[in-house]
Write a protein that binds this ligand. Structure first.
Ligand code: C2E
Ligand code: MG
Ligand code: MG
Length: 310
């Protein structure tokens, strides 16, 4: 609903406002109505702005990947990195949330997702030439798995670089697993057949059915950083973390804790059998050279119980 003259003085402006209100009502679950408001207008303008920035960044090569180390909790060694999307702006670098949302809404996610894999694969080859054997985990949107194009693209990448499956892992959120829906588990089986490892990201926050878990060919779970952050404050979060660790152990999945910021969190996780951790305690996402330097550091002081195991 849009009203003259508050929401638009001429027919074009009024129709644009009505259109914006229609999108808002669709986003609110359809079969409902919304009146235009400045906030709705702002949200539409923001979304259009994000899409423009995404197109511009893809065309003018303003995207980059930053890499955040993952650490083996027992030895402290860097065992891999996660690639995180960034956009260069005149004022620095911007995080991925708006870009990913715009890409998913506009259908550009396929192109963006391929850019991410191609860039990570090229980085992996550059590292391997320098003797650095660090697997790179990339985030994949469920929408990319809806058709066979992404799997065919991955197969092409592997034909070109047969070693790639040892150095590339895919992270999918539970919500993505649901989005990929029906044919999804076949897609996962095909990806696994290519030799790539699959990790479930933000575990415990999305699609809350545990029934799907044993049916999917997964290799690891990443505990959502919300639970990790809550561990120090709330008994509930600690119990949830312990439950996730127990489920993972029963299903023989590795566990990676994300968002580890304190030594206390790392110790709790290590003492309950969590395999790996990632977070500001160790290193922030940074350009490739910084991640490689981190991996080359003496890692013994990062080990949680190296005295006990020495
Ligand atoms: P994610 O995959 O769960 O990535 C972890 C996020 O936690 C990253 O945010 C990282 O910067 C942040 N983080 C890492 N350590 C800590 C910590 O110790 N404390 C706190 N508070 N945060 C920490 P970022 O880079 O903003 O990425 C946000 C999300 O965007 C990612 O969550 C992922 O779902 C998505 N994303 C990032 N890159 C891509 C991409 O290339 N493709 C797709 N489809 N999604 C991506
Ligand atoms: Mg991730
Ligand atoms: Mg995550």
């Amino acid at each position: 609903m849009a009203r003259h003259p508050e929401h638009g003085r001429d027919p074009e402006a009024l129709l644009a406002a009505a259109d914006a209100a229609m999108y808002a009502s669709k986003a609110a679950g359809r079969n409902t109505w919304r009146a235009f408001s400045p906030a709705i207008g702002q949200a539409i303008a923001d979304r259009a702005g994000a899409l423009h920035e995404l197109r511009d960044a893809l065309e003018h090569d303003r995207l980059e990947l930053h890499y955040q180390p993952k650490v083996d909790l027992r030895s402290g060694a860097c065992v891999g990195v996660e690639a995180l999307l960034r956009r260069r702006t005149p004022d620095g670098v911007e995080g991925p949330a708006r870009l990913i949302a715009a890409a998913e809404e506009s259908g550009l996610i396929g192109r963006l997702g391929e850019w991410v894999v191609r860039t990570a694969a090229a980085q992996s080859r550059a590292w391997r030439r320098e003797g650095i054997a660090l697997p790179i985990a990339v985030n994949v949107s469920g929408l990319q798995l809806r058709d066979g194009a992404f799997v065919a693209f991955l197969a092409d990448q592997i034909r070109f670089d047969p070693q790639l499956p040892r150095f590339l892992q895919l992270e999918l959120t539970e919500t993505s697993l649901a989005l990929a829906s029906d044919g999804a588990s076949e897609v996962f089986t095909e990806i696994r057949r290519l030799g790539l490892k699959l990790h479930i990201d933000d575990f415990g926050t999305g699609y809350s059915s545990l029934a799907y878990l044993p049916m999917l060919p997964m290799d690891a779970l990443k505990i959502d950083r919300g639970f990790v952050a809550g561990m120090t404050r709330s008994q509930d979060s600690r119990e949830i973390v312990l439950a996730i660790l127990a489920v993972a152990r029963a299903l023989k999945l590795a566990v990676i804790a994300e968002g580890v910021e304190t030594r206390e969190q790392a110790e709790f996780l290590a003492s309950h059998g969590c395999d790996q951790a990632q977070g500001y305690l160790y290193a922030c996402p940074a350009p490739a050279a910084a991640a490689a330097a981190f991996a080359a550091q003496d890692h013994r002081q990062r080990a949680v119980d190296h005295q006990a195991t020495a």
